[in-house]
Ligand binder design. Structure first.
Ligand SMILES: [Zn+2]
Ligand SMILES: [Zn+2]
Length: 791
């Protein structure tokens, strides 16, 4: 291969992988020269002077374009990691603040640490007379809050604080809202799924309150690369005609991309050498060759294990090098983190192994190599992690595949993952439970009236009527309405909706991180700490007694699930097993919303009610997934309503088509079940989500359809658009699932194709061959593209 022959610290490692086939794909990115331009001359002289003072004479072209775009209208910036994205929104913001001493800006970050980084970046401009940033989040001391409200002209916060602390108390923030000129939403790709659906509502409430104070702030958003940046910006803010700045003028480092697949140890069973062992060897090699490396793992447990393995690997040959490898986990104090970051940047450390705590843009500078172990869930975050590699213009970006279906799919189709547009971020701000919760919050912030359609959407009245029937809102005649019928004739504009309990505080009952207000608290009884909460609909399957529960990468064992008081009592866990619940699931079709004929089946989309009974749980060994035992549980059924797609297959009694007839009846259920698993495994390729966000059910007879049926449903109450997207792009879903199964080298199904780590039937029965036959037959039938646009 005519790639460069410069000897890099990783050349020998790659040669070895190329030789034995573990290196399944390599590519070169960059280098590209920087494209520079002068800062816009129209910027306020103080901003221009500040740029000169910090040594920036020229901007990258996208930064200059960003300023003009931001002046013209709402804008989304999606250039690469380390391309100076924050300059894109900082320059226009600083310009406004320098021109108007009363102007205020609000910056929203998904995490506190990122807000702190940005506050430092703003301070570095040295415009302290005109620019007064302050962080306002849960950690801000009470006594400092009033001062911040009064004097800060850049408030850095997070959506949770905006939702529960700032909007409900807008009167105390009157100065901010009356002068709010700019709202910056950084890391916008994080706001997808349930979280995104909530944040979209919070931002609509923000626009509504700002309007009440007479302002219409300019929204500036920044995101990692995703397939649908403008759509995401528009869905999040409710604004239209958002501009996009995506042509990157920053110099791309020359980066070698390597996709690494651990070797098969048992082809028939689909077993491979573990990704951990493989990564340990690679990292030890990089450390020996002097490369500064960062390695990303999904769990804290994984961070510990891998650190140990790398040190072991080094201790034999180079004990002094073993000391230069450190694990880095969340839970450090800010000072410990800074110290570690400084040692890493200075080159005193060779390798740091971490969870994605570092993923979101914290400035540790660039390193020689970035190694990502197992697929992090989205190509967007993989690319962001890879973006760490490229110190001194050259770097190595490695992905070590795990055994999961998507990991192996990518190893067989690296081009799909390196070249195809990355996933679309999906959210649904009108998801009923979420929308209505925020409508109630909005009513508390100010009576709902006719002109609210601009912010809350055209269907808000229908939702408000429902909340009135439910007894939480009440209609009050508006000023000028006498209640003699003129009110009705004039429509709602003559009256308003107000909360039935004006002294309530509904925002406090809505968590932006879960779809339903009904939740179970998770309490660590060893420390008394409240770890978080889980949706009630998921509590029985995730935190039943005896369950091993993962929270922020750490494992806990559930001591007791207290149904009465809605809480799970847990203790830290470091045993060597995990648990998988055995469940009985039923789906009832509640409302058909859309239907089409395609691939020889009737494909439907609608509302379903999912009823789950957790019957037992299985304990399995971490090392080899072998079953330890099966423990019975006695839990009542739970149900929730959500959105689903389903498709019916023809049967001998209903000879509309062929598929079911050709698959022997005894194999039918296994074929349906394996098809369902494969479709769930590849759905994240279409919609940016996790397989844990999706549920499925397959049956050879569903009482409502009267036929063999497969259901795929949104795992969160109300649904957040995943099933709708899958409905619209069903043909792709079937083709990806077929490829996943057909190309897996295993004999009869393995974790890399049809087995699922979350199957409620513990992967019984499954027929890999039957599913392949079924999908091939579907794909042989004519496709009728969807008319409905994907959400
Ligand atoms: Zn397989
Ligand atoms: Zn299953």
């Amino acid at each position: 291969m005519a790639l460069d022959r410069i000897i890099e610290p990783w050349s020998a490692l790659l040669d070895a992988g190329r030789e034995d086939g573990r290196l399944v794909r390599e590519a070169n990115e960059g280098p590209g020269p920087p494209q520079l331009a002068d800062p816009p001359a129209e910027l306020h002289p103080d901003v221009l002077a500040a740029l000169a003072r910090i040594g920036i004479e020229q901007l990258y072209t996208h930064q200059r374009e960003a300023v003009y775009a931001a002046w013209a209208g709402p804008t989304m910036f999606t250039t690469g990691t380390a391309s100076g994205k924050s300059m894109c929104f900082n320059l226009p913001t600083l310009d406004v603040l320098c021109r108007d001493a009363r102007a205020r800006a609000l910056y929203l970050y998904p995490t506190k640490a990122l807000a702190q980084d940005q506050a430092r970046a703003l301070a570095a401009f040295g415009l302290s007379k005109r620019v007064r940033p302050a962080i306002y989040d849960g950690d801000t001391p009470r006594q400092a809050r009033a001062q911040i409200r009064k004097s800060a002209n850049v408030v850095l916060s997070n959506p949770d604080m905006l939702h529960v602390g700032i909007l409900p108390n807008h009167a105390a923030w009157a100065d901010l809202f009356s002068n709010l000129a700019v709202v910056v939403i950084d890391e916008a790709h994080v706001y997808r799924g349930v979280f995104g659906s909530h944040v979209a509502n919070v931002l609509r409430r923000l626009r509504r309150i700002a309007a009440a104070y007479g302002t219409e702030p300019r929204f500036l958003l920044a995101s990692a690369t995703i397939a649908n940046p403008i759509e995401l910006a528009e869905r999040l803010t409710g604004l239209q005609d958002v501009r996009l700045i995506d042509r990157d003028g920053s110099p791309a480092p020359r980066r070698r991309i390597a996709v690494w697949n651990p070797p098969l140890t048992d082809e028939a069973l689909g077993l491979r050498r573990s990704a951990l062992a493989e990564a340990a060897e690679l990292l030890a090699g990089l450390v020996r060759e002097g490369a500064r490396s960062i390695c990303f793992m999904k769990s804290r447990k994984g961070v510990e294990v891998l650190s140990r393995l790398v040190k072991l690997e080094l201790q034999e040959s180079d004990p002094q090098l073993a000391e230069l490898v450190v694990p880095y986990r969340a839970g450090y104090t800010p000072q410990q983190r800074r110290e570690l970051e400084a040692r890493l940047t200075a080159g005193e450390l060779r390798a740091v192994i971490t969870t994605d705590a570092l993923e979101l843009g914290i400035d540790i500078g660039e390193l020689d190599a970035a190694v990502v172990v197992t697929f992090p869930g989205t190509v967007a975050s993989l690319r962001q992690m890879w973006g760490r590699a490229g110190r001194r213009g050259r770097g190595l970006a490695v992905y070590v595949a795990g055994e999961d279906a998507l990991d192996q799919f990518f190893c067989r189709h690296p081009e799909d993952f390196l070249d195809r547009p990355v996933e679309a971020a999906i959210l649904d701000h009108e998801s009923q439970l979420i929308y209505r919760a925020h409508l109630l919050c909005a009513a508390h912030e100010g009576p709902l009236a006719g002109d609210d359609a601009e912010f809350l959407g055209p269907r808000w009245e229908a939702h408000a009527e429902q909340l009135q029937s439910a007894g939480v809102l009440r209609r009050r005649p508006g000023p000028g309405a006498s209640g003699d019928g003129r009110e009705a004739a004039a429509g709602l504009s003559a009256g308003v909706y107000v909360p039935r309990r004006p002294d309530g505080y509904p925002a406090a009952e809505v968590s932006l991180r879960s779809a339903s207000a009904e939740s179970f608290a998770i309490v660590d009884v060893s420390s008394g700490e409240l770890l978080g909460s889980t949706e009630a609909a998921r509590a029985h399957s995730t935190v039943h007694g005896g369950a091993i529960y993962m929270h922020l990468g750490r494992s806990y064992e559930v001591r007791e699930l207290d149904l009465e008081r809605r809480r799970a009592l847990v203790t830290p866990f470091d045993g060597d097993w995990y648990t998988q619940p055995k469940r009985q699931t039923d789906t009832e079709i509640v409302r058909l919303l859309d239907r089409r004929e395609t691939l020889g089946v009737t494909l439907s989309f609608g509302e379903v009610s999912v009823t789950d009974t957790v019957l037992a749980y299985q304990r399995r060994r971490l090392a080899d997934h072998a079953q330890v035992d099966l423990v019975a549980l006695e839990l009542p059924p739970t149900s929730f309503s959500t959105q689903a797609l389903w498709f019916e297959l023809a049967t001998a009694e209903r000879p509309a088509g062929e598929p079911a007839q050709l698959i022997p009846l005894e194999a039918l259920l296994g074929a349906l079940h394996a098809t369902e698993h494969a479709q769930i495994a590849v759905l994240p390729l279409i919609a940016m989500c996790d397989r844990w966000d999706i549920g499925g059910l397959s049956t050879n007879f569903h009482p409502q359809t009267g036929a063999p049926t497969i259901f795929l449903y949104d795992g969160h109450p109300g649904g957040i658009g995943i099933a709708r997207t899958a409905f619209a792009r069903f043909e792709e879903l079937c083709e990806d699932a077929r490829r996943l199964i057909a190309e897996c080298p295993c004999a009869s199904g393995c974790p890399s194709c049809v087995q699922s780590p979350k199957c409620g039937n513990l992967n019984e029965p499954l027929s890999k061959a039957g599913a392949l036959l079924l999908l091939e037959q579907l794909l042989a039938a004519p496709a009728e593209p969807a008319l409905t646009a994907p959400l």
